[in-house]
Design a binder for this molecule. Structure first.
Ligand SMILES: Cc1cc2nc3c(=O)[nH]c(=O)nc-3n(C[C@H](O)[C@H](O)[C@H](O)COP(=O)(O)OP(=O)(O)OC[C@H]3O[C@@H](n4cnc5c(N)ncnc54)[C@H](O)[C@@H]3O)c2cc1C
Length: 459
């Protein structure tokens, strides 16, 4: 089966993917070898050469820059942390948790500012994030999240509750009972951003080799079929693909997120629905869905639930789980019934990386030169930028606010061995879907199922 072509890759400027950058020509030396040409690798390379233009940085990418999650995602540039502030505070401090959240929020503007400065037209717009409540239990959970935010000193300017009328005046989706709203989110065309970023790093002297799979990472060394790269620092930036390296199979779980895109929708639809500022949109269900209004007037709509494969196997078949794409379409039509006959032009998917405790981390050991960043659990479009800037500070020996954030040096536990992992992960998906179904049917919180889900997944 051929990999699915995402809307984003399909709508890149003509010729953008036509020529590949040359692979590694042979054994090479560098100051920093970055493994993986997605947002993590490229933001790290970018931040390194901005701090020290004399550094020799090479990026080694198995396919092409932006081939992975970075070129295929929902395009939410958000300040969302995948781990709760309570969990972060328990493991570090309240001040540390808040500093991380503030840095994540500020990163939304940092991404847009840097893209503009580098002349990258990524269809960006900062319209905030609307999380709709479409059942009473969702409304109760979302109201509780606002109360919780207040407990953290986060005010109306960070998160607020909108009544049904207020929410519908922004996006007239069906069955909306209310919503939360935060300004800390923007949308982008992710492939335009990541491809533009690859060109920006090259303009600053970084060498990007495509078609260059790394087969092993060792202290000060990245091995490829074309020769070894010796470097003071080797950065692992593989996220959902981390398991392709020996010894890293249980570090990050590859979870497939799937997406579809409608045809460009007619003006009458947008006149009826509003959604003018292109806010990112989802609802409070447990099996996550997410949407963006694209600049060319489509809806790109995604969600989880593709079955996890034994041994964390990566396969293009997982990008085309028909049942998941069909369920996504049903969810889209539930929210916008007038889309029942809208044409779906693209269906695709890709792997993201989830650590056992949902904590993203940035790590650097000067003795071995081994560095890594990842584990964004589906909230990586902005977090990769924060991680890249943080890694650049660590590698260049700077002691900054970023190097003191709680994700620095964090070590997540390994996942359970198989087949326990397979059983647990797929049970988690089924439980999440069961919670949503039960709550929709009864209008009451599915307390027991929800508790079981939290116990199983830690989320
Ligand atoms: C469908 C989908 C929707 C998502 N939606 C959102 C969203 O809306 N907002 C958000 O914040 N996050 C979202 N995410 C998550 C986000 O896209 C990722 O967290 C982020 O892009 C991770 O970037 P990365 O560079 O770490 O990984 P990737 O972009 O996956 O990059 C890893 C790169 O490594 C390459 N590679 C693999 N193996 C090797 C090897 N052995 N040697 C060399 N190179 C190798 C791959 O080809 C790939 O290009 C989504 C993810 C998916 C899949």
């Amino acid at each position: 089966m051929r990999p699915s072509v995402s809307l984003w890759h399909d709508t890149l400027p003509a010729g953008d993917l036509a020529t590949r950058r040359p692979p590694l020509p042979g054994p090479t030396e560098a100051d920093v070898a970055v493994v993986g040409g997605g947002f993590t690798g490229l933001w790290t390379a970018y931040s390194l050469v901005r701090r020290d233009p004399g550094l020799r940085v090479v990026v080694l990418e198995a396919e092409h820059a932006g081939f992975g999650a970075s070129g295929r995602n929902g395009g939410w540039v958000s300040g969302l942390l995948p781990v709760s502030l309570d969990a972060v505070a328990a493991a570090s401090s309240r001040a540390g948790a808040l500093a991380w959240q503030r840095a994540a929020d500020a990163t939304v503007d940092e991404v847009l500012r840097t893209a503009a400065e580098e002349g990258i037209d990524a269809d960006a717009e900062k319209g905030g994030y609307l999380r709709l409540a479409t059942t009473e239990p969702q409304a109760a959970r979302l109201r509780a999240s606002v109360a919780e935010a207040r407990g953290w000193g986060r005010g109306e300017e960070d998160l607020r509750w909108l009544s049904r009328a207020e929410a519908r005046s922004l996006v007239a989706a069906d069955g909306v009972l209310g919503a939360t709203c935060t300004p800390h989110c923007a949308v982008v065309h992710p492939a335009r951003l990541v491809r533009g970023l690859a060109r920006a790093v090259e303009r600053r002297g970084v060498v990007v080799h495509e078609g260059t799979p790394v087969t092993a990472i060792e202290p000060h060394l990245a091995r490829t079929p074309f020769g070894d790269v010796r470097a003071r620092v080797v950065v692992r930036a593989l996220e959902g693909y981390t398991r392709t390296l020996a010894g890293a199979r249980r570090a990050l779980l590859p979870v497939y997120s799937l997406m579809l895109a409608t045809e460009p929708l007619p003006e009458e639809f947008w006149a009826e629905v509003g959604w003018r500022q292109r806010a990112t949109l989802n609802d409070g269900r447990r099996l996550i869905v997410y949407a963006q209004r694209t600049r060319d007037g489509r809806i790109a709509f995604g969600g989880r639930g593709a079955p996890y494969r034994l041994g964390s196997r990566l396969t293009t078949a997982s990008e085309q789980a028909r049942g998941v794409h069909d369920a996504l379409r049903r969810s889209l039509v539930e929210l916008f019934p007038s889309l029942a006959s809208a044409r779906i032009t693209h269906r695709w998917g890709g792997p993201l990386g989830v650590p056992r405790d949902w904590w993203p981390s940035v790590r650097y050991d000067p003795a071995t030169g081994l560095a890594s960043a990842g584990g964004y659990s589906g909230d990586g479009v902005a977090m990769t930028n924060l991680a890249g800037r943080t890694l650049a500070d660590l590698v260049t020996g700077a002691d900054t606010e970023l190097t003191r954030l709680p994700f620095v040096g964090h070590r997540s536990p390994a996942f359970e061995p198989e087949p326990l992992r397979w059983l647990g992960v797929n049970a988690g998906f089924r439980l999440a879907a069961a919670v949503d179904r039960r709550e929709r049917r009864t209008g009451r919180p599915a307390v027991v199922l929800d508790r079981a889900l939290t116990r199983l997944t830690g989320h």
